[in-house]
Design a protein around this ligand. Structure first.
Ligand SMILES: Cc1cc2nc3c(=O)[nH]c(=O)nc-3n(C[C@H](O)[C@H](O)[C@H](O)COP(=O)(O)OP(=O)(O)OC[C@H]3O[C@@H](n4cnc5c(N)ncnc54)[C@H](O)[C@@H]3O)c2cc1C
Length: 470
């Protein structure tokens, strides 16, 4: 057995219960069920769920895990799409849902300190209440926690202009797998002392430490934001528009796209007739001083018309923007519910290669009898490819389609995950992108942090004998 953990006996459960603040242990069966899944549609059942009230609670659970050899899986809101927060080896799921304080908002220095369980949208709102702006905007931000965003380095539509969660994390506090607390990074705009442990923990998917708090960098809030939705009769014109916009010297804060299969799921929400049989949609937003972005929007509209746009719907007030984003949001939800087999991939390719990737989809659909929905962040090449099959028996075929799609993305100089991470769902594909030397080095880092392998075991690295350095 690669992970010989001890089962949680009732004696060990009693010790855990006694060690944490009363009310931290979830016992009701219906409540426990929530912690068996996330948005990946994968499921694993933990033996116990703890929602610590304090960092000391987290430390005590980790200390007991080392003493009694049980695994601990950190969990934020369970909105992850890679199964990262699932208890692959049972044991304890440790949810940060009660670590929800925002102890510092400092507008003078443009920083905010938040506990890991704060919902990401609440971080944005708190920053705005302080007159500032926290740009990352993962589409699930009304569900996800800021700790989960940090652990997966979540991106979002605004990434094209503002970057990912990582770009706003100045420092963090975490409980390490040996039970010790660590504070990394700085509370200043700069800091180069020692190795960058902050950026090692960010994106480590809960395998190197349980993040308990974050120091985030805020920026001035852009004074205005406007946008549009634009429909084309084909994907090539939409993608040519994206490259043309990016080459034009304008930098929108979102360029999202939907392919014709996604459009077929939300057609009734659209305010225009659809041109052709394979239409595609772009959603574009610009932020900045009002006069400037109005001018930029008008230039971009002309550019879109030159590329053959069939209709352009402007969104110059909050309500119009909301309506457009509702369309975009509905797409992920409807694909999720569309078929029995649902594998959400999120490759990223250079924006000049998006069209080539999308063009290849019908070939894989036919080869593997699956349906592939393509949408996402065209501005940074991060394409969500949801591979679906109505028939549960077609899961193996869907997995083969996924493997081919990942291989194609790598061939196009892309990556197998732009923002969702590897978790449980994609760990078998890690060697497609990383060399044996890179995997071996990363496994050594994991061992250095977590000698007993108690923190989120079974994630990120493929289930196979450890790779030797070449
Ligand atoms: C509708 C929808 C839209 C989405 N849109 C986007 C998007 O635009 N961009 C994007 O990047 N993602 C998106 N996601 C995926 C998801 O929301 C992100 O991955 C998010 O960052 C996960 O946060 P969470 O709190 O739900 O974490 P969870 O799902 O609970 O956990 C995710 C991973 O982080 C680890 N983790 C969680 N909290 C901690 C912690 N405090 N310390 C250490 N490890 C921790 C877990 O162990 C797990 O490996 C979307 C999901 C949905 C359902």
């Amino acid at each position: 057995m690669p992970y010989p953990f001890s089962p949680l006996t009732s004696a060990i459960k009693d010790k855990i219960t006694a060690a944490v603040t009363p009310g931290s242990v979830i016992t009701e069966n219906h409540a426990l069920k929530i912690y068996t899944g996330d948005a990946s549609k994968l499921h694993c059942t933990p033996e116990m769920v703890i929602c610590p009230h304090s960092v000391a609670d987290v430390q005590r659970v980790i200390q007991l895990a080392n003493s009694y050899n049980f695994p601990v899986t950190p969990r934020g809101a369970g909105s992850g799409l890679a199964g990262g927060c699932l208890a692959d080896h049972a044991g304890v799921v440790l949810s940060t849902e009660r670590l929800t304080e925002i102890p510092v908002i400092d507008p003078v220095n443009g920083i905010i300190k938040v506990q890991a369980g704060v919902i990401s949208q609440d971080v944005k709102s708190a920053a705005e209440a302080g007159g500032l702006y926290y740009p990352p905007d993962p589409a699930g931000m009304d569900l996800s926690t800021i700790g989960g965003n940090a652990a997966t380095d979540a991106g979002g539509p605004a990434c094209v202009k503002y970057g990912t969660t990582r770009d706003y994390i100045l420092g963090l506090e975490a409980v390490l797998p040996n039970g010790k607390c660590i504070a990394t990074g700085v509370q200043t705009r700069k800091g180069v002392v020692g190795y960058d442990l902050t950026n090692l923990l960010v994106g480590s998917e809960g395998t190197l430490g349980i993040i308990t708090s974050l120091w985030l960098r805020l920026i001035p809030k852009p004074p205005a934001i406007i946008g549009l939705m634009c429909v084309f009769s084909d994907m090539a014109s939409a993608m040519n528009s994206v490259t043309a916009i990016m080459a034009s010297g304008h930098l929108p804060c979102a360029i999202e796209f939907l392919d014709h299969k996604c459009i077929s799921l939300i057609g009734e929400m659209l305010p225009f007739a659809l041109p052709g049989t394979t239409p595609s949609i772009l959603i574009i937003e610009l932020d900045g001083p009002e006069n400037q972005i109005k001018q930029e929007l008008s230039t971009i509209e002309q550019l879109l018309q030159r590329q053959g746009a069939a209709a352009i719907i402007p969104a110059t007030n909050q309500q119009q923007r909301q309506e457009i984003w509702n369309v975009r949001r509905q797409v992920s939800l409807r694909i999720h519910d569309y078929a029995n087999v649902y594998i959400p991939e999120d490759v990223a390719v250079p924006i000049s290669a998006i069209a080539q990737l999308i063009d290849a989809l019908p070939v894989y659909e036919k080869k593997y009898s699956v349906e592939i929905f393509a949408f996402g962040h065209a501005g940074d090449g991060n394409i969500h490819l949801s591979v679906t099959a109505k028939d549960s028996d077609n899961r193996d075929n869907a997995e083969s389609a996924v493997k081919d799609l990942l291989a194609l993305s790598l061939k196009l100089n892309g990556t197998i995950s732009g923002e969702h991470g590897i978790g449980l769902a994609k760990k078998r594909y890690l060697p497609m992108e990383l060399s044996p030397t890179s995997i071996a080095l990363q496994q050594s880092i994991k061992k250095l942090f977590d000698a007993n392998n108690i923190l989120n075991p079974g994630k990120v690295f493929p289930d196979q004998p450890e790779t030797t350095t070449t």
